[in-house]
Design a protein around this ligand. Structure first.
Ligand code: CAA
Length: 390
């Protein structure tokens, strides 16, 4: 049975911080960000837009009423959860009015867990061929004002509908994961922002890429020449470029190298404008590739490198399906230009605002711009979500 990604949706916040403005205010050379990190802008979410609202918006953009009847599992992969107990997937299930006899769970392992969610969804559909699974990767990457990671923040969600006979990408069975117990990036329960050993995290990312890819090729008797594109986890595009250069096989014919390079460039276009969206960033790379590449054909194989700090990495692959172009939007770069540009002081206020709870656990918020869903208020410690215009 062919199982894979049938539909893909995306949502980000309505506000943006330009990297040049951040550089100027922090006394950094703008080229450090534009060339050193390959980043142009970061999506910035206000307090009323979180992993639930963006995740629901991303899914809302692709689901039909028939899909909502067929979905029997909702998984939200995230490392910026809004509750230590209740799964964000339950709020999403409710906002989207998915039929009630469904399982809803949240998964976590830094930026990696959406890959595990995809595999769980694939195995579920294999057992229950008429099921559809909604996998959402949703995160807000927030490091703190003037922190070393400030330049690699971002916010956004990717929604993927997993089914049999998928219309975008058929997932292959061959996957290979690797686990290493390292402290490159972590966020203890008492902290709203992560601790990060920045340089160390980049060397671990590259080393886990190299060693997992080498073992993957050996185990499955394959090589880079079998693929038309390689998508990477994108904490910032320059690190993925380093990864791409590391795995490039210079003995391949030049036209194959060129095709891979062009497709790499297409895969980073969205994250250059959005920043890091943690669990979703690998799949944002896939969406960017599919909506911007000029040379992909049905039958082309795509490889993926997933990385979550802590750390777990995985390489998996998929094959493009006939007519995949019909399931996509044309490039979304124009849409991203419509976000409201923030001044530095507005960014500092908006991104780091905390709910001011009264003694009963109530809080209200200013009327910020969001997508179709919004966190309306906190009432007796309960987050109240709804459609923006309800
Ligand atoms: N012109 C051009 N390039 C310049 C420059 C200039 N004027 N000034 C500096 N640069 C270059 C540097 O040479 C460097 O490039 P190389 O790595 O190729 O040498 C690049 O710009 C960045 O410079 P620094 O390393 O000095 O920058 P920094 O100290 O601000 O740290 C960072 C960068 C480590 C990525 C930091 O932003 C950070 O800690 N980010 C969060 C952690 C992270 O994203 N890690 C990635 C792997 S972990 C992961 O993948 C999980 C996850 O999503 C978090």
């Amino acid at each position: 049975m062919k199982i894979g990604i049938d539909k893909m949706g995306f949502a980000t916040s309505q506000y943006v911080l330009q990297m040049d403005d951040l550089a100027n205010s922090r006394g950094a050379d703008p080229e450090k960000f534009s060339k050193g990190l390959l980043l142009n802008a970061l999506s910035i979410a206000p307090i009323t837009d979180d992993i639930v609202t963006m995740g629901a918006s991303a899914a809302d953009s692709i689901l039909t009423e028939d899909d909502k009847e067929a979905i029997d599992m909702v998984i939200v992969a995230t490392e910026s959860s809004v509750d230590q107990s209740k799964a964000a997937a339950i709020y999403v299930h409710s906002l989207l009015e998915i039929q009630p006899f469904a399982r809803s769970v949240e998964m976590k392992e830094a930026c990696y867990s959406a890959t595990a969610a995809l595999d769980y969804a694939r195995l579920h559909v294999e057992k229950h061929p008429n099921s559809k699974v909604l996998v959402i990767a949703s995160d807000i990457a927030k490091y703190g004002i003037e922190s070393s990671g400030e330049s690699t923040q971002g916010a956004g969600s990717i929604a993927m509908l997993i089914s049999q006979s998928p219309r975008i990408l058929e997932l292959n069975d061959q996957t290979l994961a690797q686990t290493r117990d390292i402290m490159d990036f972590w966020r203890p329960n008492y902290s709203t922002t992560p601790y990060v050993n920045g340089r160390y995290s980049t060397t671990q990312y590259l080393d886990m890429l190299k060693s997992t890819w080498s073992e993957y090729q050996r185990r499955f008797d394959t090589s880079l020449a079998d693929f038309s594109a390689f998508c990477f986890h994108l904490p910032f595009p320059k690190l993925a470029l380093k990864g791409f250069n590391k795995i490039m096989d210079k003995s391949m014919p030049i036209d194959i190298q060129e095709k891979l390079k062009k497709n790499f460039e297409s895969s980073i276009l969205y994250s250059q404008q959005i920043g890091n969206i943690y669990t979703g960033s690998l799949f944002l790379g896939l969406l960017s590739l599919l909506e911007n590449s000029q040379n992909l054909l049905a039958g082309d194989q795509i490889a993926f490198f997933s990385y979550g700090s802590g750390a777990v990495a995985e390489i998996f692959t998929g094959k493009l399906v006939e007519g995949f172009q019909n399931q996509l939007q044309p490039s979304r770069l124009g849409e991203l230009k419509k976000r409201t540009v923030l001044s530095i002081s507005d960014y500092e206020h908006l991104f780091f605002e905390e709910a001011q709870l009264d003694e009963e656990g109530n809080a209200t918020f200013a009327d910020y711009e969001t997508g179709p869903f919004v966190l309306k208020e906190i009432r007796e410690h309960q987050r109240i979500y709804g459609r923006k215009n309800d």
